[in-house]
Design a protein around this ligand. Structure first.
Ligand code: NAD
Length: 337
């Protein structure tokens, strides 16, 4: 049984904590919070030992009546790996501390690949992270791109990808992000950083991306144009995506024609927090024209990277050599299709 700590029990951290807690080969030995808010209270109620990530703020937790087990300095000795889910940019600074303490670290997509040294996606480069001390689970958008591009690349090879990503302006719980009444090219420069980010795990892929922000909180949406290396039929592509774990074909004709309806379906599935860990690909959008594959997909930004964090733990702690077995185990324990 491997011991896992979560540094930063926020949107991603609380989900990774639950995903680890439902596996049978790893357990949560502590989660950290900086602020004594409802998430800190709920971590304690769930039975996760709570540590303060900023020891000088201990008085705030006392004032709020939230019982803590200690400070983050007490947690380092207890973990085999720290999954760092702090806001973008902080993880890279924490890496220096983990290194001093001799603790392995998994970081999230808000960190720069160059500062962490390695990146991870379960389908693209699991084996390259075997025994690694530090790695970074690529962002929610990059995870979504890899989930569908890797099986297509395996099927028939990819000559070139162009993708336009429509990004959610904020997560549902965020009150300080936007826009609320605009479409914002973001970044306004072309290409966006997403293509190079995919290349941190699918090293040789020729991919160029553009992105914009829109006033929605539910999901990201991607519009994919993929020049195929070798001929493939639409039926073969559909069969490949249907057979790919963590990918779900949805049909507008069956009432799933928008991100709103897909998330309504996720609520009906009864998953924790109404999460949809799978990438939803609109079946009707799949088409091949002159050797180029077109499709549209939707990404639940708060949850698609969560099972990837569990697989990354198994790769870095040398617990399961076969990526397919880790993916299947994570999925089974989390109830993912
Ligand atoms: P969040 O703001 O929801 O949670 C961050 C947590 O870290 C909070 O609990 C906060 O209290 C804590 N924290 C803040 N400053 C800290 C510090 N100095 N030291 C320790 N803890 C601190 O953030 P999030 O959305 O969960 O994002 C975390 C990481 O995951 C980022 O790298 C982000 O880019 C990435 N990510 C986010 C999403 C998403 O949609 N939210 C999707 C994929 C990846």
């Amino acid at each position: 049984m491997k011991n896992v700590g979560i540094n930063g029990y926020g949107t991603i951290g609380k989900r990774v904590a639950d995903a680890v807690a439902c596996q049978d080969d790893m357990q949560i030995v502590g989660v950290t919070k900086r602020t004594p808010n409802f998430e800190a209270q709920m971590a304690v109620e769930k039975g996760f030992p709570l540590y303060i990530s900023a020891p000088e703020r201990e008085g705030l937790f006392e004032e709020a009546g939230i019982k803590v087990t200690g400070t983050i300095d007490d947690l380092y000795d207890k973990v085999d790996v720290m999954v760092d889910c702090t806001p973008g940019g902080i993880g890279a600074k924490n890496k220096e501390v983990y290194s001093e303490k001799g603790v392995k670290g998994i970081f999230q997509g808000g960190e720069k690949h160059e500062l962490i040294g390695k990146s991870f996606n379960s389908f693209a480069n699991y084996k390259d992270n075997w025994g690694a001390d530090y790695s970074r689970v690529v962002s929610c958008n990059t995870t979504g791109l890899c989930r569908t591009l890797k099986p297509i690349d395996d099927l028939c090879g990819i000559k070139k990808v162009r993708a336009v990503m429509v990004r959610r302006g904020a997560d549902p719980g965020q009150v300080k992000s936007g826009p609320i009444n605009a479409i914002v090219p973001n970044p306004p420069t072309v290409p966006s950083h997403h293509g190079p980010d995919v290349q941190t795990v699918m090293y040789d892929l020729d991919i160029t991306t553009m992105a914009l922000l829109v006033p929605t909180t539910l999901m990201h949406q991607h519009n994919m144009m993929v020049e195929l290396e070798n001929p493939a039929s639409l039926d073969e592509v559909i069969a490949t995506l249907e057979a790919t774990p963590r990918v779900m074909l949805v049909e507008a004709g069956k009432g799933l024609g928008s991100t709103a309806e897909i998330m309504e379906c996720a609520r009906d599935l009864g998953r924790p927090r109404s999460d949809l860990n799978e990438i939803a690909v609109w079946k009707e959008s799949l088409n091949i024209k002159d050797g180029e594959l077109f499709y549209m997909q939707a990404i639940h930004q708060e949850s698609d990277v969560v099972p990837e964090n569990v697989d990354c733990i198994r790769a870095m702690l040398e617990m399961e050599e076969d990526p397919a077995k880790s993916i299947a185990k994570t999925n089974k324990n989390m109830g993912i299709s």
